[in-house]
Design a protein around this ligand. Structure first.
Ligand code: ADP
Ligand code: ZN
Length: 727
């Protein structure tokens, strides 16, 4: 389709930093580039980075031949391959997002723009020059622990490159030579090969075969907690290594990275490469290039690793695939589990979704034959699934002002006597979810969000869990000025920890939440403390319910099973079931039997009954049936349109106008606008329209046309969330 031209061919380029485009350019004949190449092109007076997405002529809107501008430069990185380009197209299309935003997830600018070989990076030298301009001083402050190219440090500090160069000259930043091509240690497929049980082997064989034969094959590895899913999918990883393919393992939390790395090393002799938001730019660059050149064979990472440019991918494993954290909630709102499957489809390799509590959608795909189901129905070795019992809080009441029922207290006491460990699960960070004034009833609310300020007693402050706003705990009520009148309402993990200490002063406790385990190192410390038996009772949020394997942990107490069932959003039941089942799954994973107590005011609720009766399938079937009747996912689809403004009136009026312009389509219905679940967030008022559609409706193209035809005031932001997680 190339129209011959005297000096080169026409290419279509998607720019990384621009919402406009794609734009056409001329690729001069002498330039060695191809579709997928990362290039520098002119845009007005500026130079921009982009990727050649296509070649040829594109209909009437094509720029006339003589007005085409030349591609200026080809950047020395491996071109973005066809499968990944198709994935970018799909994500942009499906999630109604723009190409540039998706492409930026593939080419984090820093990683792509640097050449191979050795580069000079800079890091704080520790020398603080006597006289620094306030701007330089502020920049230096924001670069503690940083290391990167001048451009990257400027980006990170939000200053110009000149400011960074000034700091280098002043000696505050020192150069470090970094070899980007430093090799990655090669995992050995047979380093320490465990003997699999028959059940494990059966599942492993299917996965190995799928990896060996290549080709797209989505699979759900559905094994009860403690069944050895990791050991089992490691066999598929080993197979990929043997045939020279790369592997990506997606993990739901940074906190799980460290234990995973250790297990991986024990099995394969070396740690895999990692990819997550906490990495330094220099590490990122090295991993990005290593992945693109096929030198990094296995990557363990957060959802963003999905967009790494693997040279030769042969397998993706999504571990704890039911986890909510795989859903990205800002920027490009995608679900990593679904995108992983699409990547396998476009590039032709198997994708394993591993979980003890698969997402209802995944289970449905197995039942209709679209995904292959692999089951490991019992725990590995001698370990048995724990005994689960409900505590009816209306009968077995905790002492006034406390939250642990007598039965659970007794069970904790027994564990302490036997030197075994316990886990108390409550999905609420901080000390108390709400603080109010006893005198006037004033409640502490975030000034920026529709949310209570949560007391965090350990760090002595009140915090908003949505925008991060913090304040010191006031000593008197700001409303009525009464002193000592503020009372915490309800429990958070810190308060449960206090309660435990009151009942068992000798017990060694640890609070485990994202506040305390915020880095891989902190998480590793936590694991070591528990493994070394320096802890008797863990009090934690959902963060500690997944993945961890603590052999001495024999008791799990669910403080408030009703918490997640309130509010009644679509996935409340499924999510609560998963959370409690995962928490329960930490008990009795080795030779000592486990016991689980679920505190509830409603023991006959279907979720609780299913957990106690061990009837997972019955629960999923009933839930699936309800979704079918409601036309909810996976039988129908939703998309949310969030319209926000600092001005409430403007948000409401814009949302009404959007709703009013909705096209009439059979099988599609638009609800709202109504205040979004967080009606105010970070100072912006949020209105929501909810679009419901049958599967047969071409939702994306309808919405693109509908929303694309509207104009919005600059002060209004419009975000679309296709397949929103909760509503
Ligand atoms: P899951 O992820 O399914 O909850 P894990 O993979 O954490 O289970 O396995 C539970 C424990 O059993 C781990 O300590 C693991 O090392 C051990 N294990 C599982 N399978 C085997 C095996 N085949 N040989 C030896 N140990 C195993
Ligand atoms: Zn807030």
């Amino acid at each position: 389709m190339n129209r011959p031209s005297p000096s080169g061919k026409r290419v279509r380029v998607i720019l990384l930093t621009q919402v406009i485009g794609p734009l056409d350019y001329r690729l001069p004949d002498w330039m060695d580039a191809d579709v997928g190449s990362v290039v520098v092109v002119p845009l007005g007076p500026r130079k921009m980075v982009g990727v050649i997405w296509d070649e040829g002529v594109f209909g009437d809107e094509a720029v006339e031949e003589h007005r085409l501008r030349n591609v200026l430069e080809v950047i020395d990185v491996p071109p973005i391959k066809r499968g990944l380009r198709r994935l970018v197209d799909w994500v942009a299309d499906y999630y109604l997002s723009n190409h540039a935003a998706v492409l930026r997830m593939v080419i984090s600018s820093s990683a792509a723009l640097s050449a191979g070989g050795t580069v000079t990076e800079y890091r704080p030298s520790g020398i603080e020059p006597a006289r620094l301009t306030p701007q330089r001083a502020a920049a230096l402050d924001s670069l503690v622990d940083a290391q990167g190219l001048v451009r990257e440090l400027a980006e990170q500090a939000g200053v110009s490159e000149g400011v960074i160069r000034g700091l280098v000259k002043a000696g505050a930043l020192e150069p470090v030579m970094v070899s980007i091509d430093a090799p990655f240690a090669a995992p050995e497929p047979d380093h320490d090969h465990p003997e699999l049980s028959d059940l494990q082997e059966a599942a492993a064989k299917v996965m190995r075969d799928a990896v060996r034969s290549g080709g797209f094959e989505p699979m759900v590895l559905d094994g009860v907690t403690g069944s050895g899913k990791t050991e089992t999918y490691f066999e598929a990883v080993a197979e990929a290594l043997k045939i020279g393919k790369q592997v990506l393992v997606l993990l739901p939390e940074i906190a799980l990275t460290q234990p995973f790395l250790q297990r991986f090393e024990a099995r394969f002799g070396v740690e895999p490469a990692t990819w997550h938001s906490g990495m330094k730019q220099s590490q990122r660059r090295r991993v990005w290039r290593g992945v693109a050149e096929g030198r990094a064979q296995v990557v363990a990472g957060a959802r963003s690793a999905l967009f790494l440019p693997f040279a030769n991918p042969g397998l993706i494993v999504v571990d704890e695939a039911h986890e909510i954290s795989f859903k990205q909630e800002d920027g490009v709102r995608y679900h990593a589990r679904d995108v992983a499957v699409m990547r396998g489809k476009f590039e032709g390799f198997p994708v394993v979704l591993a979980s003890a509590t698969p997402a209802l959608e995944s289970r449905h795909m197995v039942s209709i034959g679209r995904y292959k189901g692999l089951e490991i129905p019992s725990r590995f070795g001698a370990a048995k699934l724990p005994r689960i019992e409900a505590i009816d809080l209306t009968q077995d009441q905790p002492e006034r002002g406390t939250w642990i029922a007598p039965t659970l207290l007794k069970a904790l006491e027994e564990r302490l006597e036997r030197g075994e460990q316990s886990l108390l699960f409550l999905n609420r960070r901080g000390y108390a979810p709400l603080t109010l004034c006893r005198n006037c009833g004033h409640r502490f609310e975030c000034p920026n969000c529709t949310a209570w300020m949560v007391e965090h007693r350990l760090v002595r402050r009140l915090a908003c869990h949505h925008c991060g706003h913090v304040m010191p705990p006031p000593d008197k009520c700001p409303e009525c000025s009464a002193e000592d009148s503020l009372v915490p309402c309800g429990p958070g993990v810190e308060r449960i920890s206090d309660e435990v200490k009151r009942f068992f002063p000798e017990a060694r406790t640890i609070v485990a939440t994202s506040d305390t385990l915020w880095s891989p190192e902190k998480a590793a410390e936590f694991v070591a403390l528990v493994e070394n038996k320096a802890v008797d009772i863990i009090i934690g949020t959902q963060l500690v319910t997944k993945g961890y394997h603590f052999p001495e942990l024999t008791l799990v107490g669910i403080i408030d099973a009703d918490l997640g069932l309130e509010g009644g959003d679509l996935r409340a039941a499924e999510r609560t079931f998963q959370q409690i089942a995962q928490a329960a799954g930490r008990a009795g994973r080795a030779d000592k039997p486990g016991e689980v107590y679920i505190q509830t005011r409603n023991p006959s609720h279907p979720v609780i009954a299913a957990l106690v009766g061990g009837d997972r399938d019955g629960f999923y079937d009933a839930e699936t049936e309800q979704r079918r009747r409601a036309g909810a996912p996976p039988f129908g689809r939703f998309a949310a349109i969030i319209i926000s403004s600092e001005d409430e009136r403007e948000a409401i009026e814009t949302a009404r106008a959007v709703g009013g312009s909705a096209p009439q389509v059979d099988g599609m219905h638009v609800y709202g606008p109504a205040p979004a679940p967080l009606a105010m967030l970070r100072g912006r008022h949020r209105q929501r329209l909810l679009v419901h559609a049958l599967r047969s409706v071409e939702l994306q193209s309808i919405m693109r046309e509908w929303l694309g035809g509207l104009e919005f005031p600059r002060s209004v932001r419009v975000g679309v969330d296709v397949d929103p997680y909760s509503f």
